[in-house]
Design a protein around this ligand. Structure first.
Ligand SMILES: Cc1cc2nc3c(=O)[nH]c(=O)nc-3n(C[C@H](O)[C@H](O)[C@H](O)COP(=O)(O)O)c2cc1C
Length: 185
Protein backbone atom coordinates (compact mmCIF):
# COMPACT_ATOMS: atom_id res chain seq x y z
CA UNK A 1 0.00 0.00 0.00
CA UNK A 2 2.82 2.33 0.96
CA UNK A 3 4.52 1.84 -2.40
CA UNK A 4 1.26 2.69 -4.24
CA UNK A 5 1.00 5.94 -2.24
CA UNK A 6 4.62 6.75 -3.07
CA UNK A 7 3.98 6.09 -6.75
CA UNK A 8 0.92 8.36 -6.75
CA UNK A 9 2.92 11.06 -4.98
CA UNK A 10 5.74 10.81 -7.52
CA UNK A 11 3.27 11.01 -10.41
CA UNK A 12 1.59 14.11 -8.96
CA UNK A 13 4.98 15.76 -8.45
CA UNK A 14 5.96 14.96 -12.06
CA UNK A 15 2.67 16.42 -13.39
CA UNK A 16 3.11 19.57 -11.27
CA UNK A 17 6.68 20.11 -12.49
CA UNK A 18 5.68 19.60 -16.15
CA UNK A 19 2.82 22.07 -15.71
CA UNK A 20 5.12 24.66 -14.13
CA UNK A 21 7.58 24.28 -17.01
CA UNK A 22 4.84 24.77 -19.64
CA UNK A 23 3.62 27.88 -17.82
CA UNK A 24 7.17 29.22 -17.70
CA UNK A 25 7.61 28.63 -21.47
CA UNK A 26 4.31 30.36 -22.25
CA UNK A 27 5.08 33.36 -20.08
CA UNK A 28 8.56 33.64 -21.63
CA UNK A 29 6.91 33.68 -25.06
CA UNK A 30 4.45 36.35 -23.95
CA UNK A 31 7.22 38.47 -22.48
CA UNK A 32 9.10 38.44 -25.77
CA UNK A 33 8.57 41.80 -27.42
CA UNK A 34 7.61 41.51 -31.06
CA UNK A 35 7.82 44.12 -33.80
CA UNK A 36 6.35 44.11 -37.29
CA UNK A 37 8.40 46.53 -39.41
CA UNK A 38 7.55 47.04 -43.06
CA UNK A 39 8.26 49.08 -46.15
CA UNK A 40 5.50 49.54 -48.71
CA UNK A 41 5.65 51.76 -51.78
CA UNK A 42 2.08 51.31 -52.99
CA UNK A 43 0.18 49.93 -49.98
CA UNK A 44 -0.01 46.17 -50.62
CA UNK A 45 2.59 45.17 -48.03
CA UNK A 46 1.20 47.76 -45.60
CA UNK A 47 -2.14 45.99 -45.64
CA UNK A 48 -0.61 42.59 -44.79
CA UNK A 49 1.73 44.09 -42.18
CA UNK A 50 -1.22 45.73 -40.45
CA UNK A 51 -3.17 42.45 -40.41
CA UNK A 52 -0.13 40.54 -39.09
CA UNK A 53 0.61 43.01 -36.28
CA UNK A 54 -3.02 42.86 -35.16
CA UNK A 55 -3.12 39.05 -35.37
CA UNK A 56 -0.06 38.60 -33.15
CA UNK A 57 -0.49 41.74 -31.03
CA UNK A 58 2.87 43.14 -32.09
CA UNK A 59 4.01 46.76 -32.43
CA UNK A 60 3.80 48.06 -36.00
CA UNK A 61 6.45 50.28 -37.58
CA UNK A 62 6.56 51.68 -41.11
CA UNK A 63 9.98 52.04 -42.73
CA UNK A 64 9.48 55.40 -44.46
CA UNK A 65 11.87 56.71 -47.10
CA UNK A 66 12.97 60.34 -46.65
CA UNK A 67 11.82 60.89 -50.22
CA UNK A 68 8.66 58.99 -51.11
CA UNK A 69 8.70 56.90 -54.27
CA UNK A 70 6.75 58.41 -57.16
CA UNK A 71 5.21 56.35 -59.97
CA UNK A 72 8.16 57.36 -62.15
CA UNK A 73 10.58 56.19 -59.42
CA UNK A 74 8.89 52.78 -59.43
CA UNK A 75 9.01 52.30 -63.20
CA UNK A 76 10.88 49.01 -63.49
CA UNK A 77 10.74 49.20 -67.28
CA UNK A 78 12.91 52.30 -67.22
CA UNK A 79 16.44 51.23 -66.34
CA UNK A 80 17.23 54.79 -65.23
CA UNK A 81 14.33 55.11 -62.78
CA UNK A 82 15.16 55.56 -59.10
CA UNK A 83 14.18 52.00 -58.17
CA UNK A 84 16.17 50.54 -61.09
CA UNK A 85 19.25 52.58 -60.13
CA UNK A 86 18.98 51.61 -56.45
CA UNK A 87 18.50 47.93 -57.18
CA UNK A 88 21.48 47.83 -59.55
CA UNK A 89 23.75 49.26 -56.86
CA UNK A 90 24.36 46.75 -54.04
CA UNK A 91 25.67 49.56 -51.85
CA UNK A 92 22.67 51.83 -52.26
CA UNK A 93 21.11 52.77 -48.94
CA UNK A 94 18.08 55.02 -49.61
CA UNK A 95 17.66 57.46 -46.71
CA UNK A 96 14.86 56.58 -44.30
CA UNK A 97 13.20 58.39 -41.41
CA UNK A 98 14.90 57.07 -38.28
CA UNK A 99 12.12 57.25 -35.73
CA UNK A 100 11.81 53.71 -34.34
CA UNK A 101 11.82 54.02 -30.55
CA UNK A 102 13.61 51.48 -28.30
CA UNK A 103 14.57 49.10 -31.11
CA UNK A 104 16.62 47.14 -28.56
CA UNK A 105 13.56 46.01 -26.63
CA UNK A 106 12.38 43.68 -29.42
CA UNK A 107 13.43 40.02 -29.39
CA UNK A 108 11.44 38.99 -32.46
CA UNK A 109 11.14 41.16 -35.56
CA UNK A 110 9.00 40.51 -38.63
CA UNK A 111 10.25 42.52 -41.61
CA UNK A 112 7.95 43.01 -44.60
CA UNK A 113 8.57 44.49 -48.06
CA UNK A 114 7.53 44.29 -51.71
CA UNK A 115 9.79 42.15 -53.90
CA UNK A 116 11.80 44.34 -56.24
CA UNK A 117 13.86 42.62 -58.89
CA UNK A 118 13.42 39.26 -57.14
CA UNK A 119 14.73 40.48 -53.80
CA UNK A 120 14.26 43.05 -51.00
CA UNK A 121 14.38 46.79 -51.82
CA UNK A 122 17.67 48.27 -50.61
CA UNK A 123 15.83 50.45 -48.08
CA UNK A 124 15.61 47.18 -46.09
CA UNK A 125 19.42 47.35 -45.90
CA UNK A 126 19.14 50.91 -44.62
CA UNK A 127 16.82 49.61 -41.88
CA UNK A 128 19.15 46.72 -41.02
CA UNK A 129 22.17 49.03 -40.91
CA UNK A 130 20.35 51.60 -38.77
CA UNK A 131 18.92 49.25 -36.15
CA UNK A 132 21.31 46.51 -35.07
CA UNK A 133 19.36 43.24 -35.26
CA UNK A 134 22.28 41.04 -34.14
CA UNK A 135 21.03 38.19 -31.96
CA UNK A 136 17.39 38.92 -32.71
CA UNK A 137 15.05 36.43 -34.33
CA UNK A 138 13.88 37.78 -37.68
CA UNK A 139 11.14 36.54 -39.99
CA UNK A 140 10.65 38.01 -43.46
CA UNK A 141 7.37 38.46 -45.30
CA UNK A 142 6.77 39.94 -48.71
CA UNK A 143 4.19 40.75 -51.35
CA UNK A 144 4.95 40.53 -55.06
CA UNK A 145 3.61 39.78 -58.51
CA UNK A 146 4.55 36.16 -57.87
CA UNK A 147 8.25 36.01 -56.95
CA UNK A 148 9.05 34.42 -53.58
CA UNK A 149 11.19 36.08 -50.87
CA UNK A 150 13.68 33.15 -50.94
CA UNK A 151 16.43 35.16 -52.63
CA UNK A 152 15.90 38.05 -50.19
CA UNK A 153 16.31 35.64 -47.26
CA UNK A 154 19.47 34.14 -48.75
CA UNK A 155 21.03 37.55 -49.44
CA UNK A 156 20.10 39.10 -46.09
CA UNK A 157 21.50 36.02 -44.27
CA UNK A 158 24.84 36.60 -46.04
CA UNK A 159 24.81 40.36 -45.45
CA UNK A 160 23.86 40.16 -41.74
CA UNK A 161 25.32 36.89 -40.40
CA UNK A 162 24.74 37.84 -36.75
CA UNK A 163 20.99 38.06 -37.25
CA UNK A 164 18.99 34.90 -36.61
CA UNK A 165 16.90 34.86 -39.80
CA UNK A 166 14.28 32.12 -39.69
CA UNK A 167 11.87 31.83 -42.61
CA UNK A 168 10.47 34.08 -45.32
CA UNK A 169 6.85 33.98 -46.40
CA UNK A 170 5.06 35.31 -49.45
CA UNK A 171 1.89 36.85 -48.00
CA UNK A 172 -0.02 37.95 -51.12
CA UNK A 173 -3.63 38.34 -49.97
CA UNK A 174 -3.05 36.31 -46.78
CA UNK A 175 -5.86 36.38 -44.23
CA UNK A 176 -5.50 37.25 -40.54
CA UNK A 177 -5.93 33.58 -39.64
CA UNK A 178 -3.25 32.44 -42.10
CA UNK A 179 -0.80 35.02 -40.79
CA UNK A 180 -1.55 34.14 -37.16
CA UNK A 181 -0.99 30.44 -37.88
CA UNK A 182 2.32 31.16 -39.63
CA UNK A 183 3.54 33.35 -36.78
CA UNK A 184 2.46 30.80 -34.18
CA UNK A 185 4.46 28.09 -35.94
C1 LIG B 1 10.64 48.35 -59.01
C2 LIG B 1 9.75 47.16 -58.88
C3 LIG B 1 10.26 45.89 -59.09
C4 LIG B 1 9.44 44.76 -58.93
N1 LIG B 1 10.00 43.51 -59.10
C5 LIG B 1 9.21 42.42 -58.92
C6 LIG B 1 9.76 41.11 -59.05
O1 LIG B 1 10.95 40.91 -59.30
N2 LIG B 1 8.92 40.04 -58.91
C7 LIG B 1 7.59 40.19 -58.62
O2 LIG B 1 6.89 39.21 -58.49
N3 LIG B 1 7.05 41.44 -58.45
C8 LIG B 1 7.83 42.53 -58.59
N4 LIG B 1 7.28 43.80 -58.41
C9 LIG B 1 5.87 43.92 -57.99
C10 LIG B 1 5.74 44.20 -56.47
O3 LIG B 1 6.53 43.30 -55.72
C11 LIG B 1 4.29 44.09 -56.00
O4 LIG B 1 3.45 44.92 -56.75
C12 LIG B 1 4.17 44.41 -54.50
O5 LIG B 1 3.01 43.78 -53.98
C13 LIG B 1 4.07 45.91 -54.22
O6 LIG B 1 4.02 46.09 -52.81
P1 LIG B 1 3.76 47.51 -52.14
O7 LIG B 1 2.39 47.97 -52.62
O8 LIG B 1 3.76 47.24 -50.67
O9 LIG B 1 4.82 48.44 -52.58
C14 LIG B 1 8.08 44.92 -58.57
C15 LIG B 1 7.56 46.22 -58.39
C16 LIG B 1 8.38 47.31 -58.52
C17 LIG B 1 7.82 48.69 -58.29
Amino acid sequence: MKSVTNLLLAMSLFALTACAQTNKKNSERMNNKTLVAYFSATGTTRQEATILAKAIQADLYEIKPEAEYTDADLDWQNDKSRSSAEMKDKNSRPAMKKDLKDADKYDIVFIGFPIWWYTAPTIINTFMDTYDMSGKTVYLFATSGGSTPDKALEQLRKQYPKVNFKTAKLVNGASEEELREWAAR
